[in-house]
Design a protein around this ligand. Structure first.
Ligand code: GDP
Ligand code: MG
Length: 437
């Protein structure tokens, strides 16, 4: 979605007031991009109408280009479409809190049950996982393996007992054992059927969960949205977890779900690993879809791994563009503790998943980069402009690489900085208008 949109928006060069023609051209592209991203047609139509109404005739703000102005409006409306702010879990006023997971087979219920347990365990809760999928072969075992990995207890009664009874007994068990968060993993089906809905309805009325989370697979696009609609009609869910967003560059489901069902996305699954669950922030998703990247998530992830002061320093540096090779090196070293590089790179502004695939990130490449930076002098790291031809030769030799590698790194670094600057400027102007921060 991002790059084509960017092209069109870049063409909006005229200064002053946004004309109907400016907005029309841009909106045609936005519309195409949204439809290509598999966003629900009704949603697209409403969306375009809303943006147009807002945009036409607006003064272009002093420090923004017309393109930025349109992006800003599109960004705000996309955010609004997805629910404005993050939606939290309803915790019971007197524990335990019971969360019931539901969704089609393969959507990611079992994985997400574990991920949620892990997430809240980190925040000091004492979760219990309850295995209510008695149909899928090895479903109970799967949950037990997940529980073991996370060191979270799993309650099961085998596959000969009625799921409703298991759920009830699981909650009792949790109460007795001081678990303040009980996550019920239920069965799914390949398609929605009445039997499944009845079973889920019965579990719901038996255990009265504070929270019913519907798990949907983002890769199924529009289908994800209609699945969400049906489940919600039957069960009146509290929110949605959108899984496999790591594999869905288009983000169509993310955009339509709230608009169609009225229920917010609360979490997103970003990979198969048990720590790859993130709180859903509409504004970040919107920026990500628009290709502005996700500096905020990057910073947050960094904060979790290395200490807050360092992250703050980095954030400051990114904002003021003082970022140099010293920081870069430090960051590379931190990154090793921060999970797969592809995760992180995806959050850098301007990188979309297509580019990422082309990049084909190779961890060995980073060892090389590290070696190159280590072969620079301190002065060179702080001021890369110093690095002329002969210095490049020396650095290449010192790091056991060749001059092309050094050139490539210098070029990439420059471009990254440029992108950071772009983002920083935009943020500054938005801040001035009181939109961010
Ligand atoms: P369930 O049938 O709804 O319980 O689904 P599972 O939890 O068994 O997940 C089905 C498959 O999807 C498994 O292979 C998971 O590893 C995978 N999966 C779940 N969530 C994600 C995610 O966010 N990203 C990716 N890439 N895979 C996921
Ligand atoms: Mg399962």
């Amino acid at each position: 979605l991002a790059s084509k949109l960017q092209d069109t928006l870049d063409k909006l060069k005229s200064k002053g007031r946004l004309t109907e023609k400016d907005v029309d051209t841009a909106m045609r592209e936005v519309k195409m991009a949204l439809l290509e991203a598999d966003v629900n047609f009704r949603v697209v139509k409403d969306f375009i109408k809303k943006v147009k109404e807002r945009a036409i005739g607006q003064d272009v703000m002093g420090s923004l280009t017309p393109a930025q102005q349109v992006i800003k409006i599109v960004n705000e409306e996309l955010t609004e479409l997805m629910g404005k702010e993050e939606s939290k879990i309803n915790f019971a006023s007197s524990p335990p809190t019971v969360i019931m997971m539901c969704g089609l087979q393969g959507a990611g219920k079992t994985t997400t049950s574990g991920k949620l347990g892990g997430l809240f365990k980190k925040k000091g809760k004492r979760p219990l996982l309850v295995a209510c999928d008695v149909y899928r072969p090895a479903a109970i075992k799967q949950l037990e393996v997940v529980g073991e990995k996370l060191d979270i207890p799993v309650f099961s009664m085998g596959d000969k007992v009625d799921p409703v009874n298991i759920a009830k007994a699981g909650v009792e068990h949790g109460k007795k054992n001081g678990n303040d968060l009980i996550i019920i993993d239920t069965a799914g089906r390949l398609h929605i059927d009445d039997e499944l809905m009845d079973e889920l309805g019965n579990i719901k009325s038996e255990v009265q969960p504070q929270e019913i989370l519907l798990v949907v697979d983002s890769m199924t696009g529009q289908d994800a949205v209609s699945v969400a609609e049906t489940f919600d009609e039957k069960l009146d869910v509290n929110g949605v977890v959108l899984t496999k967003l790591d594999g869905d560059a288009r983000g169509g489901a993310a955009l339509s779900i709230k608009a169609v069902t009225g229920k917010p996305i609360k979490f997103i699954g970003m990979g198969e690993k048990l720590d790859q669950l993130e709180v859903f922030y509409p504004e970040r998703m919107s920026s990500r879809i628009l290709g502005m990247g996700d500096v905020l998530s990057l910073i947050e992830k960094a904060q979790e791994t290395f200490d807050a002061d360092k992250a703050k320093e980095l954030e400051q540096k990114i904002k003021s563009q003082e970022f140099d090779f010293e920081d870069f090196l430090g960051q590379l070293q931190q990154m090793k503790n921060m999970g797969p590089l592809t995760d992180l790179l995806g959050m850098i502004p301007g990188m979309n998943s297509k580019q990422m695939k082309n990049l084909n990130v190779d961890e060995r490449e980073f060892v090389k980069i590290e070696a190159i930076i280590q072969s620079m002098t301190r002065k060179e790291r702080q001021n890369p402009d110093l690095i002329d031809g002969s210095r490049r030769k020396r650095i290449a030799k010192g790091s056991g690489s060749n001059i092309q590698d050094v050139n490539k790194l210098l070029k990439q670094f420059k471009e990254t900085k440029k992108m950071m600057k772009k983002f920083g400027d935009l943020e500054k102007t938005m801040k001035k208008k009181g939109k961010l921060g």
